[in-house]
Ligand binder design. Structure first.
Ligand code: 13P
Length: 292
């Protein structure tokens, strides 16, 4: 069981007015690139795996890999199970030693979302009192891909302030994933719509102690990210931009050097490009030099 304390790390972010990046992975090279970038810039970090990502890398395997990087670097690397939809998938990762979980009951009706999220909080904290539980409210559109069609975000998709307050009180979650104009993935124009920052401000005022999470960080206008952090966002999830960096570099490498067959050479540019994206995000989120 990991000794990582994610709540303490997010409290530091809340007090210091910066955000910690959650960087999603499905391969060992991505993990290496992200940890190296964070180690070089002395930044805290969260590694995220969705259900399909951890199916690929393996639940026990990713826990062991993250533990080995914690041992080698001394960084407080938080491992979060992203968008778990069921109690069973939460149980699997909690039992395997993840230090954070995200229960996404946002597609359920409000009452069912409360019931499932509360059950997850009770179970996860009974196994590991230091675990961080994130809940979600609102309709977050898109997947971590490049979207050919533009995605329209509607007012009714956004997190409702009164519901959010009740949700936090009744479930006991540590952090809340909010929908404030954000979406997963990037539109093919490479620009996503602006955030509804007023809604974020209302949510933050209604629940000052709760950590606020912005999903869909890829492609979000940079100024909006900066403003969102000032308005209390403490964790920002990035996936699509990392996937693009990895795959674009791999495609180019294979095209430019068709005779190269050593995986450690073929994958080197993917690692470099992933590191570049992570470093940009660390600077944008203000999390550089936060590890003493
Ligand atoms: P992006 O793919 O848009 O960066 O979103 C990632 C995310 O929110 C993972 O939960």
């Amino acid at each position: 069981m990991s000794s990582i304390k994610p709540i303490i790390e997010l409290k530091k972010a809340q007090q210091g007015q910066y955000a910690i990046g959650q960087f999603n992975i499905s391969t060992d090279e991505q993990l290496k690139a992200i940890v190296e970038a964070c180690n070089e810039l002395k930044s805290p970090l969260i590694i995220g795996t969705s259900e399909s990502e951890r199916k690929f890398i393996g639940v026990n395997q990713v826990v062991a890999l993250v533990d080995s990087w914690i041992k080698d670097t001394g960084l407080p690397i938080i491992l979060n199970a992203d968008h778990c939809k069921t109690f069973e998938s939460i149980k699997e990762v909690v039992d395997a030693g993840y230090s954070a979980v995200h229960i996404d009951g946002s597609k359920l009706d409000f009452k069912e979302n409360i019931e499932l999220t509360k059950k997850v909080v009770d179970y996860a904290k009974s196994v590991n009192p230091d675990i961080l539980v994130e809940g979600e409210l609102g309709y977050l559109r898109g997947g971590s891909d490049i979207h050919k069609e533009n995605i329209e975000i509607k007012e009714e998709d956004l997190t409702n302030v009164d519901q959010a307050k009740e949700f936090v009180e009744k479930t006991g979650i540590d952090s809340l994933a909010v929908v404030i104009g954000n979406m997963h993935g990037i539109q093919s124009s490479m620009k996503n719509p602006p955030l509804f920052l007023n809604r974020l401000q209302e949510i933050q005022k209604a629940m000052p102690g709760v950590f606020l999470v912005l999903h869909g960080g890829s492609g979000t206008p940079v100024d909006d990210i900066k403003k969102a952090i000032k308005l209390g966002v403490n964790k920002i999830n990035i996936n699509t931009e990392l996937r693009m960096a990895y795959t674009d570099a791999l495609e180019k490498e294979i095209k430019d050097n068709p005779d190269e067959i050593k995986p450690y050479n073929v994958l080197a540019p993917s690692i470099d490009q992933t590191k570049k994206v992570v470093k940009e995000k660390i600077k944008l989120f203000g999390s550089e030099n936060r590890i003493l």
